[in-house]
Design a protein around this ligand. Structure first.
Ligand code: PLP
Ligand code: SF4
Length: 353
């Protein structure tokens, strides 16, 4: 099956839902649900679902759920404050040396927990040169910028030709050094990662691909081949995971995921994101305390190469903060009390300088 067949035979609109997933939930309420957030998933990703498991961790990520209609009081339409830092259409400039650029608002899969779901649902447009023209001028006018992060939407829903054009436009901006791509395509549509795609992005800029694997079962043979291609292309490979209740919020799943990202894919676990205050995703959200406990079960117990940073993106656009856990238990003057990874205490005394 080619990647385009994979897309065609998958779920492309809400109408495909009952045909492909013989789930009773796909009945009456699916219209209301898919209005809240559209639905899409390639066939090979749907095939990873175990139909006899009502709590299947793959299905939970793309299959609409009634609980999405429940908005909690503190939840927000724009949870991480993209709009506050929008300096041009489709461009967010929050940090000094890097910007987010949204070449498209379309994705290969629509993840039920997506933090940008309302914008992706409302705007929904794909790529056009005109839509990002003023974003490109803005980037060119800000000499402190070093990095452009293609996000969205999924930038790898663009054609090779469009990606190449975009890469060439960015290369012309001489202060840029790094091109980062945030994508779920290597997870849900790994056959889309062709050598032509790699060639489209290779050029003057260092390329860093940040993928988005959430569960060890997503690490398929096709994903392994895709990542091999990306590494052979000379791209830096990282992964970000969203901590999701019922999907990956247990020690064994998380540990296996982080290890296999490194062992099977050669990808460094970069961030483990605490669930944002997106509306209608309360059923996915864990407590920070639970997340911190899970992080303690990783640090020191598995290779440091496999340990991500646990991050909270503060509501309203104040940016990301690392959530720890902290291994400093007390500090006074030159004396520091640490907790070791295996739970012992250690007192460290600094030498006077
Ligand atoms: C998350 C984010 C980035 C990237 O942050 P890093 O810590 O460099 O990964 C950049 N800009 C915005 C607006 C972001 O939300
Ligand atoms: S691929 Fe990314 S942007 Fe698209 S729905 Fe999933 S999390 Fe959101």
């Amino acid at each position: 099956m080619s990647w385009s067949q994979d897309v065609q035979q998958g779920i492309r609109t809400a109408r495909d839902l009952p045909r492909l997933v013989g789930n009773p939930q796909a009945g009456a309420d699916s219209k209301k649900l898919t209005k809240i957030f559209k639905v899409r998933a390639p066939k090979s990703y749907i095939d990873l679902v175990n139909p006899s498991d009502p709590h299947d961790p793959i299905a939970a990520q793309f299959f609409p759920d009634e609980r999405e209609l429940r908005f909690l009081s503190g939840e927000l339409p724009d949870p991480i404050g993209d709009k506050r830092w929008e300096k041009a259409p489709r461009l967010v400039h929050r940090y000094p040396d890097r910007v987010l650029l949204f070449p498209t608002f379309q994705c290969a899969v629509y993840c039920r927990y997506c933090f940008r779901k309302e914008r992706i649902n409302d705007e929904g447009e794909g790529f056009s040169k005109a839509a990002i023209a003023s974003a490109l001028s803005y980037i060119a006018s800000q000499p402190e910028l070093r990095e452009v992060i293609l996000s969205g939407g999924d930038p790898w829903t663009l054609s090779d030709r469009q990606l190449k054009q975009l890469r060439i436009e960015l290369e012309k901006i001489s202060h840029l050094r790094l091109l980062r791509v945030h994508t779920r395509v290597p997870v849900v549509l790994p056959r889309r990662v062709t050598s032509d795609l790699v060639d489209a992005l290779r050029g003057r800029l260092m390329v860093c691909v940040v993928m988005h694997f959430n569960h060890p079962r997503e690490i398929t043979n096709d994903a392994i081949v895709a990542c091999q291609r990306l590494r052979e292309g000379g791209f830096m490979l990282l992964n970000q995971t969203v901590l999701l209740r019922g999907v990956n919020d247990d020690e064994t799943t998380l540990k296996t995921l982080m290890q296999e990202l490194v062992y099977s894919l050669g990808a460094k676990p970069y961030y483990l994101h605490h669930c944002d205050k997106t509306r209608g995703i309360g059923h996915f959200r864990t407590t920070i305390e639970h997340g911190t406990t899970l992080m303690r079960s990783l640090r020191g117990h598995i290779s440091g190469v496999c340990v991500p940073n646990y991050m909270l993106d503060l509501p309203g656009g104040d940016g990301k903060v690392p959530l720890g856990p902290s291994y400093v238990e007390r500090h006074s003057g030159q004396e520091w009390g640490f907790r070791t990874y295996d739970g012992k205490t250690h007192t460290y005394v600094e030498e006077p300088t």
